[in-house]
Design a protein around this ligand. Structure first.
Ligand SMILES: Nc1ncnc2c1ncn2[C@@H]1O[C@H](COP(=O)(O)OP(=O)(O)OP(=O)(O)O)[C@@H](O)[C@H]1O
Ligand SMILES: [Mg+2]
Length: 477
């Protein structure tokens, strides 16, 4: 008769406390060894069945190798593998990009899956507080797949039932440090299905030269730089207002100039115009020939803003009852009011009347201008309410390097820092790097604005056709 091993037997209480003559204890029922063996066997079988689906290429090559070796012997196997190696070598030399996509990145993903993520998964998640415990058992989110792109690893994870993606979003710093990455971003694909993105290197480390001017600018998606994944960062101006926030030297000028540059053909055609205010006289004054109007002191800036409000009201009156959306034309151009260092007008100007009038005009433009083709593109160093209490009237905001962690949520909205928008940690040696929220996603994206240098501005102001030529060709392609 089978009896449980001594270690698993219940030890009876030998000295009961007087007041406790009866003691109830959960009986320990040892699991029969046969059941444990059957469970392991079942797990092994599941693994064998699943393996070809998970690693089809590796399994197919292994099976083919075994077959060749079995039928033709090891010499034939060596010949086949030599031919395959030569084929791979030729492929790598002839078409490095497709080789990298189909072979290099897949091999890298397998390596990183096992060596980086599977190996360190349990300790990192337990220490980060992402392992769940129920009835004294630990439950870990499971890695479903690891894929590699040119710049990042994407780890697809199945969450433990009853947990939420926000647990991961709140632990992005711990995860990034745990797996040796500079940052971590969480994307939710569906129920219990999230992707963790770990960059392997900084794709935005090198400055980006001024981009080609689009032949036909799309005012709703102007190319102003690059996103971390290498795709263009497109900025919407038509139908919104944009606030660019960053400490001094963060690169606000490059965002403004890149946007102006991308609009250049529309400005030349007369369907878009820029009205510029530059209190510091260091940023926009350089290209003032490009602007429909320009102001650099308090009085003239307020006059410019009030003129824009009057024009906006005139247009709204003409549209009333007849037209609900603005289409840029030469008669009714899209007007962008560019305000560098907006706090000069709203907080720092010594004349109280100028501050009040400027604030009123900016508030009117940002609250009513959107649908009649008026946009405010403003730059600001300090996003606190005392300095700029109009920031919530700007639907789109860009967070360049900021002073304090608390300012991230002020600019990008609540929860942005927890989701990985560490704008306060941006390297001062990387001006132009920013975090933005792109349309349709709550996840902040890291971007870098292209740098428009003085020569580029000169060429733009001179209407140099060579600046446009490259992208006419690009547009044609
Ligand atoms: N996108 C960029 N790429 C590379 N370098 C940049 C970029 N933007 C700015 N720089 C560099 O950083 C310097 C400061 O940039 P910029 O004048 O745009 O900062 P800012 O945020 O406008 O500062 P301030 O508030 O003092 O005007 C520039 O002179 C340039 O050398
Ligand atoms: Mg500036």
């Amino acid at each position: 008769m089978w009896s449980p091993p001594p270690a698993s037997q219940q030890v009876s209480v030998t000295t009961p406390v007087p007041a406790q003559s009866f003691r109830f204890a959960t009986p320990v029922l040892p699991t029969p060894a046969a059941l444990i063996a059957a469970r392991w066997l079942f797990r092994l079988l599941t693994l064998v069945v699943k393996l070809p689906f998970r690693f089809p290429l590796a399994c197919a090559s292994l099976t083919a190798s075994v077959l060749v070796w079995h039928v033709f012997g090891w010499v034939a196997l060596a010949v086949v593998w030599s031919l395959v190696d030569v084929g791979l070598l030729v492929w790598w030399r002839r078409r490095p990009s497709t080789f990298r996509r189909w072979v290099g990145l897949r091999v890298l993903a397998t390596w990183r899956w096992w060596w980086v993520y599977a190996r360190q998964w349990q300790p990192v998640l337990v220490v980060a507080g992402l392992a769940e415990t129920y009835a004294e058992r630990h439950y870990l989110p499971r890695i479903r797949k690891v894929t590699c792109s040119e710049w990042a690893d994407r780890v697809r994870v199945r969450l433990v039932a009853g947990t939420a993606p926000v647990d991961f979003e709140n632990r992005v710093t711990e995860l990034a440090h745990g797996f040796g990455a500079a940052s971590c971003r969480v994307t939710v694909l569906g129920p219990r299905d999230v992707v963790l993105e770990f960059p392997r290197h900084d794709t935005l480390a090198e400055p980006i030269a001024a981009l080609d001017v689009p032949a036909v600018p799309d005012l709703g998606a102007l190319p102003v730089g690059l996103q971390e994944d290498g795709t263009p960062w497109r900025l919407r101006l038509h139908g919104t207002h944009v606030l660019v926030v960053g400490v001094t030297g963060a690169g606000k000028g490059s965002v403004i100039w890149s946007a102006i540059r991308a609009m250049l053909p529309a400005m030349q055609a007369g369907t878009a115009q820029v009205r510029a205010i530059d209190p510091k006289r260091m940023e926009l004054s350089y290209g003032r020939r490009l602007f429909a109007s320009y102001a650099d002191d308090g009085e003239s800036a307020v006059a410019l803003l009030e003129q824009a409000v009057a024009d906006m009201r005139g247009r709204a009156e003409r549209y009333a009852g007849r037209q609900r959306a603005h289409v840029p034309t030469v008669d009714d151009p899209f007007v962008v009011v560019v305000l560098d260092e907006v706090a000069f007008l709203t907080a720092y100007h010594p004349d109280r009347d100028v501050r009040r009038r400027a604030e009123n005009a900016i508030a009117t433009l940002t609250s009513q201008g959107r649908s009649v083709g008026f946009c405010v593109l403003a730059a600001l160093q300090d996003p606190r309410k005392e300095v700029m209490n109009l920031r919530n009237l700007f639907p789109d905001k860009i967070a360049l390097r900021l002073d304090e962690a608390s300012q991230v949520d002020m600019v990008l909205g609540e929860g942005a820092r927890e989701r990985g928008a560490n704008a306060h940690l941006i390297d001062p040696d990387l001006p132009g790097v920013a975090f933005v929220r792109v349309e349709g996603s709550p996840i902040p994206v890291r971007v870098r604005a292209a740098y428009v240098c003085d020569d580029d501005i000169d060429a733009m102001a001179a209407g140099d056709s060579s600046t446009v030529k490259a992208s006419v060709m690009e547009g044609a392609a």
